[in-house]
Each structure stands twice: as C-alpha cells, then as structure tokens.
Design a protein around this ligand. Structure first.
Ligand code: C2O
Ligand code: CU
Length: 556
C-alpha cells in the first residue's frame, strides 16, 4: 500500500457552525477537520502539532482495527498519554477494511467541541463492490450546543448535575442554522462576545449537488454528542448498502436512524422533479427534544444551490416509538458475501453480562456497568500492561458478575442507587470468543430508560440480536447466527438488551463504551485487555509516555 502523510495543527478557532459564534477545536484551521481518503493497505501517518495553550489532545480513529498498533488507537490514558500543549505526536497505522469511517478527539469532551473529521477507506483497485453508483457524497452529522464545552463537562461532574439538555442545533457536515432572533438582546456583534449572524458563510446550509438521473452513494456518519438522529432525504428513498465499514443486505428505507458512532452508505437516485431542490433533514429521535430540524440542500443541477426548497422541513418518526427503532435496527443484516465464522450451535468461551445502570457516587450522578463506574487513571492502561513494573494502575477485581443478578427489576429505579468507582478491566486470553450481553434498565427517575450506542475499539463485532426486557439464555435459540451484521457500534434500546460476539484476536487494551460523550464522561464504559500474556513483549513507542507512572520509565 501507499503511505499517506498528513501534517495537522490543532488549535482553537472562532467558528459559527449554526450562525452563533463559538470557540471550537479546528484542524489546520478547518472545521470539520480534513478528510482522510485512503485505500485498503495504505499506511496513514498523521503528525499532530498541538497548538492549544492549555489543553492536551488525542485522536481516535473510530473503526480502525489497529491490528499490531494498539498504541495508535488514540484513547487518552488507555493507549497513550495525551499530547501536551505545544507538543507533537505521530500516529501511524494501516487501514484494513474499506468503508465509511471518521476520527475524533477522545479526551474529555473535545469531540463535542468540533474536533472530528471523515476517514474514507476505498477497496483495493479492481475490487467489485456489491452495488454500483455514479458519484459519491459524504456527510458527518452531529448535535450542537452554544454552551462552552468545558461548562458542559464540569456541569456533568457536580452535585446536583447540570445536564447538557437539548442541543440548540443539528449540524450536517458542520453546518446548521440557529434562529438569531432567539439570541438574547445584547448578545449581538457590538455589545457582546457571542454573535449571531444569519448570513455568516460558515452557517450556510451544506450543499449536496446532484445531476438528474444519476445514482449517488451518500456516506453518513454520526459523531453526535448525545442524540440519536434520523436522516431524511425529502422525496427520495434510500437503499442502505454499508454499515460501519461492512456491506449489508440492501434494504430500502424512507428515513434512516443513525446512532452516535455509526456510519452508513446509502444509495439514492436523483429521479425527482429536476426543476427544484430538496431538503436533506436531520431530526432527533429517542428524546423529546425541541431542537429544530438540521437542514442541507439536495441541489438538482443546474439549479442554483441558493434556491432553497419552499417545502416544510422533513419530519421523522415519533421520538419515542422505540419498537420502530428496534425494528429498523434489526433490518440491518450482513451481506450474503460475508462469511460468518460460527453457526447456531457455536458457543462463546466467555460471556459477559453488562448491566447498564444510572447511579450515584457521593451524591453525584454516574453511569455504571455492573455497578462500577469507570474513573480516569493517570497512567495509560496499555503502558501498565506492557511494562510489568508499573503497578497498581488498575484493578481487575472485584470480579464482575457474569450473569444477570436474579431479582434485579430492570423496570424500576435501582433499589440501591449507589455505585462504586473502578477501573473496569476485563481480561481476555488471545483468541477467546467473547459474547457480551448489554442489559438496559430503568434510570434513577421512575419510568425513564434511554438509548445507549455502544462502541468497541480494536474490533468489529457481530450483532447477534436485540430485544425488549430481560435477556435470558433461552433467547440464544432466537439470536441471528445466519447473517448478523459486523459493526463497531450498536444501540442498546430502553428496557432492552443487545448481544454481540467477537474474537479476542487483537492484543491490546480496548475501551468498550457508550458513545454518548457525557455518558462516557460519567463513567459508562469498560476496558478490555486482550492477549494479556503477550502484552509485556510489546514495545510501546516512547512518544506514548510521559504521564502518570510512565514518567518513572523515562527517568529509568
Ligand atoms: Cu468514537 Cu471510543 O469512540
Ligand atoms: Cu449512554
């Protein structure tokens, strides 16, 4: 493969993604960050210069397997020490699977501050894909708040919690539109530092240009901080053909649920009345939010892109029709060309049962997995595993329950709301087949349970099934062993369960966490240490060190 080299300067920028100015994190002065466009087998080399005076950074390459390069995964304090202000760091890894991916900050809540971009991997030259199209388009979607991201971050960690609430806008490829008449009086360009300017170039709607009659592949990825999003192409059906970098059985939808951390390719044909343009719309599902529809323009050429549709913003299914959400998620199945390496009778070597609960620790609201809420460490887990002399970085006890606690009522708030803090490590031997049962529950308040999109680093996993209520092992007979989709992110629905399977064949230390950024920040994740016997033989680059106990290694 080729070597693709990038030189990125990370710094703050004043930007107006939805017409309201905000301090964001830009890459080379761009937002969203530059797109990486590569081919399977290429080596990606990204040299990072952190120019932010007081914030350290990392970049996670979401969906990249990092086989043989677990230190390049870019998860702060898991795979590396974050890159200090004015410091440099070079990521180097090989891209393994063709598909639609993205990258984003993975330290604090920097992703929510605009620190992300697209990563597209193309199949090797000459590969025939299981579908055809004329041209390609690509968007990243997210939710957007005016409140500075540090305010958001700190508000989540205090008692009582200051939850981030509904986003002010939804962005398509970094662009949205806030109604400037809603900005409080005085917050105008003359009297305050927060400006709202409806004609700012940065908040003009993103344009998807199409030629009538042609068929398009549209890549969609979500880096949403909190919300489950639903994408609609006014007047057009979409055929889903790829999810998280794997081909899926083609399925036609008139609207697409996209959970944070997921990516899709859809095909559509520009076969509608060509004398007008259409809306591409983005709405929130899963929460009863007041946020207006995010809009981009599907621009039928040669109409001007400024010719905005006069039709209303596209609507999405009811926010709380969770049975519909579940049914839609189950429509995604592996493409028939994907060989499934197990059958109905194959069992896992280890099954983890992960109970997702909302809890309190010293009165502060947290999320916990098997009653343990993940707390930050100051020495990267990977360094602790590769250097045996680093002790007491994390604990693998108390051993987590590997089955459902009999009698736990998932439809009621937790009887004991208190959780303990922990470092959440689950160790696997090389090549063990792992099943993970994610079980959702009622939150602290009665009659509440919400969606959690779970993302695994270092792997794709098979989604064996999802359902409502408590998962019982009898359900194994009804799971999908025929065409389970291979994904890196999967939703866990309210009061429901999700079962995934993967083989622990990638030595390293991999976070498995809820992709809702505030939830992860509030402890909703676990750490998988894989091939632990092999890790001490691994040579961790010196540039990954410098924090916590790794300072002692440098001093010798
Ligand atoms: Cu895209 Cu650990 O996250
Ligand atoms: Cu969550």
């Amino acid at each position: 493969g080729a070597v693709k080299q990038y030189d990125w300067t990370i710094d703050y920028a004043f930007w107006s993604p939805d017409c309201v100015e905000k301090l964001i994190i830009a890459i080379n002065g761009q937002y969203p960050g530059p797109t990486i466009d590569a081919t399977v087998g290429d080596t990606i080399v990204v040299k990072i210069h952190n120019k932010m005076p007081t914030e350290s950074v990392v970049i996670h390459w979401h969906g990249m397997l990092q086989r043989g390069t677990p230190w390049a995964d870019g998860a702060a304090y898991v795979s590396q020490c974050p890159i200090a202000p004015h410091d440099e760091y070079t990521y180097q890894f090989v891209v393994e699977n063709a598909g639609t991916y993205f990258y984003h900050g993975h330290h604090g809540m920097q992703r929510a501050n605009g620190f992300y971009g697209s990563l597209i991997v193309r199949p090797p030259n000459g590969t025939v894909e299981p579908f055809t199209y004329d041209e390609e388009l690509s968007i990243i979607v997210n939710d957007w708040w005016h409140k500075p991201v540090h305010d958001q971050e700190l508000g989540l960690l205090i008692n009582p919690i200051r939850w981030v609430g509904d986003p002010q806008s939804l962005l398509i490829e970094g662009r949205g539109a806030y109604n400037c008449s809603l900005v409080p009086v005085g917050a105008d360009s003359k009297s305050a530092d927060r400006t709202c300017n409806a004609s700012a170039p940065q908040c003009q709607p993103y344009v998807l240009p199409v030629t009538p009659g042609k068929t398009y592949r549209l890549r969609i990825a979500s880096v949403a901080s909190v919300n489950s999003l639903n994408f609609v192409l006014e007047g057009h059906n979409m055929m889903v053909v790829e999810a998280d970098g794997h081909y899926v059985e083609p399925v036609v939808m008139d609207n697409l649920d996209v959970y944070s951390g997921e990516s899709y390719s859809i095909l559509f044909t520009a076969n509608q009345d060509p004398t007008r343009n259409y809306w591409a719309g983005l709405n929130i599902r899963g929460r009863n939010a007041t946020t207006p529809t995010g809009l981009a323009v599907l621009n039928y050429l040669p109409n001007p892109s400024t010719m905005l549709p006069t039709t209303p913003a596209p609507v999405s299914p009811l926010w709380n029709d969770f049975n519909l959400s579940l049914a839609k998620a189950k429509l995604i199945k592996a493409h028939s060309s994907l060989k499934i390496p197990f059958t109905k009778t194959s069992r896992s070597d280890k099954t983890l049962f992960l109970l997702n609960t909302q809890n309190k620790v010293d009165g502060v609201t947290k999320w916990a997995i098997n009653n343990i809420t993940l707390v930050p460490v100051s020495t990267p887990y990977l360094a602790a595993y590769t250097h045996k002399k680093l002790k007491n970085v994390f604990s693998t006890s108390p051993p987590p329950p590997l089955s459902y606690t009999p009698g736990y009522d998932i439809f009621q708030p937790p009887v004991n709301p208190n959780a303990t803090v922990g470092t959440g490590v689950y160790e696997f031997k090389l090549n063990e087949v792992i099943d993970v049962v994610l079980q959702n529950t009622n939150m602290l308040a009665a009659n509440t349970s919400e969606i959690h999109p779970w993302h695994l680093h270092g792997h794709d996993f098979y989604v064996l099934g999802m359902g409502n209520g408590v998962f019982s092992s009898n359900e194994y007979d009804r799971l999908n062993f025929v065409n389970p989709p291979l994904r890196n992110t999967v939703p866990l629905f309210p009061y429901g369960w999700t079962v995934i399977r993967f083989r622990a064949d990638n030595p390293g230390v991999w976070p498995f966490h809820c992709h809702i950024e505030p939830h992860f920040h509030m402890g909703m994740g676990v750490i998988f240490a894989e091939g632990v016997d092999l890790l001490p033989k691994m040579h961790l680059p010196a540039q990954n060190m410098g924090c916590g106990l790794t300072r002692n290694l440098i001093r010798g």
